[in-house]
Design a protein around this ligand. Structure first.
Ligand SMILES: [Zn+2]
Length: 168
């Protein structure tokens, strides 16, 4: 018995059936993670963007030192539904709106992403790491959830403009 051959035969049979009866084989649903809007920081004035990056990078540096983790690059993004993310290449991405959030909320997301550089998952071990740096992380998470709409408001960008330019 060659199971591989049987599998192959079944596969070929199903492939043929799919061509004959496409309605039985709907296109597979693609899992789509939260949309990431690459480099688009639509409507965000460059000065506000620079300011957001400065604020966020300062916290990343601070916490990376305390948590003793190395990261590669920090990018500021205009993600619709994500506050932050990190990649296997140790690049960190943060939503620019965090720069306009209370420092506790920003720090929570920074800590969360930096802890992923140690634990690339949301296991108990991961949350224990987050909890060490940020014992009240649950409240900070809740704040972000509850104030999501407020931070999505178009006026948020104005909060990040340098003072002199803000009143123009
Ligand atoms: Zn996470």
């Amino acid at each position: 018995m060659h199971f591989n051959n049987i599998c192959r035969d079944v596969e070929l049979f199903l492939r043929g059936l799919k061509l004959d009866l496409p309605e039985l084989f709907p296109a597979p649903r693609r899992y789509r993670p939260a949309p990431v809007r690459g480099r688009r920081t639509s409507g965000l004035p460059p000065a506000a963007r620079r300011n957001a990056k400065r604020i966020i990078v300062a916290r990343v540096k601070h916490w990376a030192g305390l948590l003793n983790v190395d990261y590669n690059r920090v990018a500021i993004k205009d993600q619709r539904t994500l506050w932050g993310s990190c990649s296997g290449r140790r690049n960190l991405n943060f939503n620019w709106r965090l720069a306009a959030a209370p420092p506790e909320a920003l720090d929570y997301v920074v800590i969360h992403e930096l802890c992923h550089l140690r634990e690339m998952n949301h296991s108990k071990k991961f949350w224990a790491l987050v909890g060490l740096a940020c014992p009240d992380y649950a409240a900070r998470r809740r704040w972000l959830k509850e104030n999501y709409a407020a931070l999505r408001h178009p006026d948020t960008a104005a909060l990040l403009l340098p003072k002199a330019a803000a009143g123009e």
